[in-house]
Design a protein around this ligand. Structure first.
Ligand code: PSU
Ligand code: MN
Length: 319
């Protein structure tokens, strides 16, 4: 059965020619950033991917149709909408089946990317194990998805609002390769450095691409997480953020925020508490991840179709 996903003309043409494509999530637009910055960022990220030789494919469900590649109007409508559903692995098919509209998280975007034959996905930060998970059991479905769907995800690490130690342990348990790009420690989203040594380090996008293709050849399910540090000029030092994160977490607890609402609540509070600096950093790291994602997608396309002008040898075989 052909997967029920509608490719934009641009994405379809790239797919058929074996040209590099980078998937993008939409929850970061609807739940991660305020209007109108969210639309501006979504548009800039797409442009950044095109400027770096790949085709962007933003993923969302609109009136029951799962799309890879949105028109300007679709992107604008999504960015402006107030009560868009947040779709993770559990919600995606239900939303499609009932004609709903929703934004995809990392987990749901990976599922859509796989269905569309897209191998690389760039975003801000992945979900993970929340602080207090030992009592709340709040662990993002993003982690399991990384062990199931064969997509290489470029992120700036997991957000510092999470329990990073447990998040990295869980990924190790799930057998997900966590690859720091260009440094020995894992980045912590708004900050470049953290106390966690990276399990793997790769500085060359060609190596990341080769490892991705090798996993496919071994028939290993699941993808890779590339942890790409925020550019130095844009980072907020971890020590400066720590008390603000603690305060946002206290407020979430006091107000009884739970389940899907936790991540959007914390991001919005940290935006306020940093007077918008967290958003500026978030934008810089997403653009940075888009560039690395494009570079990895170009290398994968070369490996799949052979060297020479891209597209000449036709579409890559789907695993
Ligand atoms: N990182 C951001 N902004 C976001 C998210 C991550 O900088 O909005 C979103 C992503 O879509 C991620 C989701 O998949 O939060 C995780 O939510 P949960 O913990 O409920 O799975
Ligand atoms: Mn959760």
């Amino acid at each position: 059965m052909t997967p029920p996903i509608t490719l934009s003309d641009e994405v379809r043409a790239a797919r058929e020619a074996g040209r590099p494509i980078v998937a993008l999530e939409s929850t970061i637009i609807t739940h991660g950033m305020p209007w109108p910055d969210n639309l501006e960022v979504a548009t800039r990220v797409e442009a950044e991917i095109r400027d770096h030789g790949a085709v962007p494919a933003t993923i969302a469900v609109i009136e029951g149709t799962l799309h890879a590649g949105l028109s300007e109007d679709q992107l604008r409508a999504l960015a402006r909408a107030q009560d868009v559903a947040k779709l993770s692995r559990a919600d995606l098919a239900a939303c499609m089946a009932t004609g709903g509209t929703g934004a995809t998280t990392v987990a749901a975007t990976m599922i859509a990317a796989r269905a569309a034959g897209i191998e690389v996905f760039a975003t801000g930060g992945i979900g993970g194990v929340h602080r207090g998970a030992e009592t709340s059991f709040d662990v993002s479905a993003d982690l399991r998805e990384l062990s199931e769907s064969p997509v290489t995800v470029v992120a700036a690490g997991a957000k510092a609002i999470l329990d990073l130690a447990k998040t990295w342990e869980m990924l190790e348990t799930l057998g997900v390769p966590v690859i720091a790009h260009g440094q020995d420690c894992l980045p912590a989203f708004w900050s470049r450095a953290s106390d966690f040594a990276a399990p793997l380090r790769m500085d060359d996008p060609a190596h990341i691409a080769a490892a991705h293709v090798m996993r496919g050849a071994l028939d290993l399910p699941g993808g890779q997480l590339v942890a790409n540090p925020i550019p130095a000029d844009d980072e907020i030092p971890a020590a400066e953020l720590a008390p603000l994160i603690d305060r946002a977490l206290d407020e979430a607890r006091e107000q009884g925020i739970s389940a899907k609402s936790v991540t959007p609540f914390l991001l919005a509070r940290i935006f306020d508490l940093t007077e918008g600096r967290s958003l500026k950093a978030n934008i810089a790291l997403v653009l940075n991840n888009a560039r690395l994602g494009a570079a990895i997608a170009r290398e994968i396309a070369t490996l799949r179709t052979g060297p020479g002008p891209s597209g000449q040898s036709g579409a890559p075989a789907l695993r």
